[in-house]
Structure formats: C-alpha cells, structure tokens
Ligand binder design. Structure first.
Ligand SMILES: Nc1nc2c(c(=O)[nH]1)N[C@H]1C(S)=C(S)[C@@H](COP(=O)(O)O)O[C@H]1N2
Ligand SMILES: [Mo]
Length: 551
C-alpha cells in the first residue's frame, strides 16, 4: 500500500513535469517539449535495423507509438522513484533531477536547439521534485494517528495538517469532517487519504491545464495548411505533357497512376510536422564556388521558368513489394537554373563541389550529387504536388524532388538552405546511420494484384502492378509462374522515364498453389537484379513474389 501511494505520487509528479514542459515548450520551440525531445533523440539514436522494423510493422503509427512508449517508460521510472522516495526523500529529488537531465540532454541535441531548449525539462524536473515532496508529505503515515485513534485520523503533529483541515473538505462535500472519521475507517498506514487525493487531483488538473495552455498557445501560430490553402500556384511555364491514353490500365487493385496526396507515403524524422511560415521563409544558397544568394517564396512563385513534371518518388526503406513509393505531378523551379544563377558548375567541368547539402527547417541534412542535379534531369525545388501547394507533411512551402534518386539523398522537405560542398567534407544525416552516401533508385517492379495469399477461382486472372526505373524508363516487364519461363507482360503507355509504369499479364490459372514473380528491364537494357538485398545501405533488391491458391 505505501509503495503504491509512493508510485502514484511519482506518476502525478512526472505528469506535472510534462505539463510544465509542454507549456514552456510551446513558448520556446515545439522540439523542446520534453516528450518530443526525448522521442526525437530516440529516433536519432535508434539503430537502423530497428528503424526499418518499425517502419515495416507500424508504418505511420510510429510517431504516436514512440511518444506513447516514451510516456509509459517515464511513468514507470517516476513510479519507481516515487516509491523509493517515500522512505528516503532525497531519492525523489535525485531521481527527478536525473530524469530532467535526460530530457534536457535530449532537447539540447535537437538540430534546432539553443540553450533555452534545456528549460522545459529542467523546470519540469524542479516541478516534479516539489510536487513529489508535497504528495509524499501527505502520504507518510502519521504516528499520532495510530497511537491515538480516538482523537481521529486528522490530528497529528504534521505541520500541514491544520491548514488542510480548514481548506480541504469543500462545502457540501457530503462527508463528515475528517476528524470525525472513526479510526477503523482510516487506511492501515494511517495517512490522510482525502488530503492526499485532493493534492494529487489538484496537481493533475494543474498539469493538464498547463499542457492544454501550451497546446492552445502553439495552435495560435498560423498552420502551414491554412497558408497553403490560400496560395494560388501560377501556371507553369513548361507544363507537363498530357498523360497519354492508356497510361492507366484501370485494373482493380493496381495503384492509381497518380497517388492522391492523402495516400502518398510520408517519411520524416520530425516528430511534429514543421509549420513553416511562407512569408518569412528564405532559401539560402552558399558554399564552395558559389555567389551566395537568397530567395523568398514569392520570388520562386514569380519566376518565369516554372516546370511541371510527373515524377515517381521512392524511399530507400521500401521493401521489395512495399508501398513506400508514389507518383505525383509536381510544379517547381528547375534546380539546375537556380544553381547556375549562383555560378555552380558540375565537378566534371571543374566545379569545386560534388555534393549539395540541403538543410531543412527541422534540421535535416540531405546530400545530393551535384553532377546529378546538372545532368539535364528535371530536378526541382517543388512548390506544388498534384496541382496544389505542398501540404505541411510533404514539405510546405518548398522541397526538393530529383528523378532517379531515393528520397533520403534528394527530396529534402521544408528546405531552407543549399550548401555546395564535397562528399569528403560532409556526411549528411543518414550516412553515419548506415545508409550509403549515394542513392540512385534501383529498378523495381511490384505485383499489386493478386495479393499475396489470395484465393482465386480457376480461369483467366489479371496479374498486374507497377514497375519503375526513374530517369531511365521501364521498357519491359516479365512475369513468371512457379518455375516456368519468364513471359512478357503488357505495358501501359509510358508517361515519362521518371514515372512508374503499370503492367498486366493475363494468366490462365489452374487449380493448386502457385508462385508469381515479376521483373523489369530499364531502357538501357539492364534487368532488375534477382539478388536479394535488404533496404540498408542503398535500397532493397530482388524479385517481388506472391503466393496464391487457385481452387
Ligand atoms: N526534412 C526532411 N526531409 C526529408 C526527410 C526527413 O526526414 N526530413 N525524409 C526523406 C525521405 S527518407 C524520403 S523517402 C522523402 C519522403 O517524402 P514524402 O514524405 O513527401 O513522401 O522525404 C525525404 N525528405
Ligand atoms: Mo526515404
């Protein structure tokens, strides 16, 4: 029983720390709030295989799950500290100080951190230690109560008791005054439950109020989504050619040619989606061999060289057969034009920089080969996706998109800076975490229908899906049933070399269990490799294979 009261006190105290932390975090920076800071540090420290496992198993629920997990761990530690502090009060102060130190360290290592980032956790820790002291003082058994039951549980020498007796029982609460409770009804440990409950509830309500206040304050900031809805994208000077007839096969179960924005996969390390104010946004270009320049959002929108292009984006973490890939119609500024304005030359022409490091509002760094950006492909600073300004999740106001490179080496969202440097001089975020510095997209194909494990009727079955080889183009897809020969699938019309291509094979399915595999060949005549590889370090490979049962 006393252990439980101590544990409960610890949890309430930790809640008070979080409430104070949320409030201060809202005033300082969203990444500085303790749970978000610790969650962010966990993301940064998590070994690669675990990140991949998380993406595979929980997908986009990873963020809320991580925050919830951090909160549960904090509650468990706080409960333990509270229970220990019941006997040895100094352990309460020490334990809460230790938790605060962890929170402060996490906050100070956030990419955007300034010295103030430590404040939410430190103040939270002080609040927690104080709340714990008050609660435990109320929870400690009172020797007087046990030795003199007749005078009532409320009579004791504890200094806080008289104040409590006048303040605690609210008028009309119904119960008799505390002092009239017969001793037999008091807890065996002899502490004043009502007083403890009142103090605990007060702390909990104040904590929730502080957290809610923080949320309200943070919500006053203009949300990027509202801004984006008010922006009208200009007509591109170079529109995308119309989608050719027959580029979409209209087969049930196959991913649509254009991925709707709300279905488009999202991958980012930020635990709170950055809300960037487009009016104050700047893009700085600087570094080796560059005349430094700065662009505003309005300047980019006003340019007379906007392009519109269909480009299929893919994540390096995508498993063979996975869905971390999507196709959109992007509008943006040609990145090559911006680089040439700043005087950038490709390394092949004597340019001193071989890597462009993009930095984002949330402190991400993404490194892209300069040669790829200047080789004529439609790399862009994207302003819009599927006819609309970018959403906050996909990088509002501006992000990079580069055909043929995985997102982690090209598609910087919420971009604020481009630095021309070298691969030798700088490792971008993912590189020390086990991913290759260069990440050209591997040619891949996926069976969308039938699904793995499907039960089918005998007869003609459409085996269909998508294949991609961005920047080169897909020119052949073949399907194999069991160990039979590879047979050519019918390809949908090609939109561009930068987009995925749908394909279908009419299969005369006979009863039994069957294995269906697919492979694609790019326009340079290179077949997708059969060699199986996991996503790390530079993208998964192998044939997508599904097993089905035909009855
Ligand atoms: N700022 C920032 N940009 C980022 C990332 C990130 O974590 N932070 N992730 C990259 C990765 S790994 C991919 S695959 C793409 C995903 O873009 P999307 O979320 O719009 O699909 O964004 C890239 N840009
Ligand atoms: Mo990615």
């Amino acid at each position: 029983m006393p252990g439980r009261v101590g544990a409960l006190s610890g949890v309430v105290a930790a809640g008070a720390a979080l409430g104070a932390g949320e409030l201060l975090g809202a005033l300082i920076h969203p990444q500085a709030a303790p749970l978000i800071a610790v969650g962010g540090a966990v993301v940064d420290l998590t070994p690669l295989p675990l990140v991949e496992f998380a993406i595979r198993t929980v997908g986009e629920a990873d963020r809320p799950l991580l925050i919830a997990g951090t909160a549960v761990l904090l509650a468990a530690l706080a409960a333990w500290i509270g229970a220990a502090a019941l006997r040895r009060p100094w352990t309460g102060d020490a334990g809460m100080a230790a938790l605060a130190a962890v929170g402060a360290a996490a906050a100070l290592t956030r990419p955007e951190a300034g010295p103030l980032f430590a404040a939410p956790a430190l103040v939270g820790g002080a609040v927690a230690a104080s709340v714990l002291r008050v609660l435990l003082a109320a929870a400690r058994p009172r020797p007087a109560a046990e030795s003199a039951p007749a005078t009532g549980a409320g009579e004791s020498s504890a200094p806080a008791a008289p104040a409590e007796r006048t303040a605690a029982p609210p008028p009309g609460a119904g119960g008799p005054p505390v002092s009239a409770v017969p001793a037999s009804a008091a807890p065996a440990s002899g502490f004043d439950r009502r007083r403890f409950a009142a103090l605990g509830a007060t702390a909990a309500v104040l904590s929730a109020g502080a957290a809610a206040g923080g949320r309200l304050y943070a919500a006053r900031r203009p949300a990027a989504g509202e801004q984006a809805r008010a922006i009208r994208l200009p007509r591109p000077d170079s529109p995308a050619p119309p989608l050719p007839d027959g580029a979409e096969l209209d087969i049930d179960g196959v991913a649509p040619f254009y991925t709707p924005v709300e279905d488009f996969y999202t991958i980012h390390t930020a635990l709170v989606v950055p809300q960037v104010d487009a009016a104050r946004w700047r893009l700085r270009v600087h570094g080796r061999g560059v005349r430094p320049r700065e662009y505003t959002y309005a300047q980019l929108l006003d340019r007379s060289d906007l392009i519109e292009r269909d480009i299929t984006l893919a994540c390096v973490s995508n498993q063979v057969g996975g869905d971390l890939v999507g196709n959109a119609r992007w509008i943006g500024v040609p990145l090559a034009a911006v680089l040439r304005e700043a005087g950038v030359r490709p390394p092949g022409e004597g340019g001193p920089a071989d890597q462009l490091v993009a930095r984002s509002a949330d402190g991400m760094t993404i490194g892209t080969p300069v040669a790829d950006l200047l080789d004529g492909r439609d790399a862009m600073l994207a302003l819009g996706m599927n006819g609309r300004p970018l959403t906050a999740e996909h990088g509002f106001p501006v992000r990079m998109v580069v055909p043929g490179l995985y997102g982690y080496v090209s598609a910087c969202k919420w971009i604020t800076e481009m630095e021309l440097t070298t691969f030798a001089a700088f490792d971008a975020y993912w590189v020390p975490r086990g991913w290759s510095a260069r990440g050209p997209i591997k040619t891949q194909s996926r069976i969308d229908t039938p699904r793995a494990g499907a039960s089918l009727g005998a007869g003609t079955v459409a085996v269909a899906g998508v294949a991609w080889a961005q920047n080169t183009g897909v020119d052949r897809v073949e399907v194999r049933v069991d160990d039979g020969p590879w047979r050519p699938a019918r390809l949908a019309e090609e939109d561009t070399a930068d987009t995925w291509r749908q394909w279908v094979l009419e299969w005369a399915a006979r009863p039994g269990r069957h294995r269906l595999s697919v492979r694609a060949r790019d326009r340079d005549g290179r077949w997708q490799t059969a060699q199986e590889a996991p996503p790390a370090p530079d993208g998964a490979s192998g044939h997508h294979t599904v097993e089905v049962t035909v009855a």
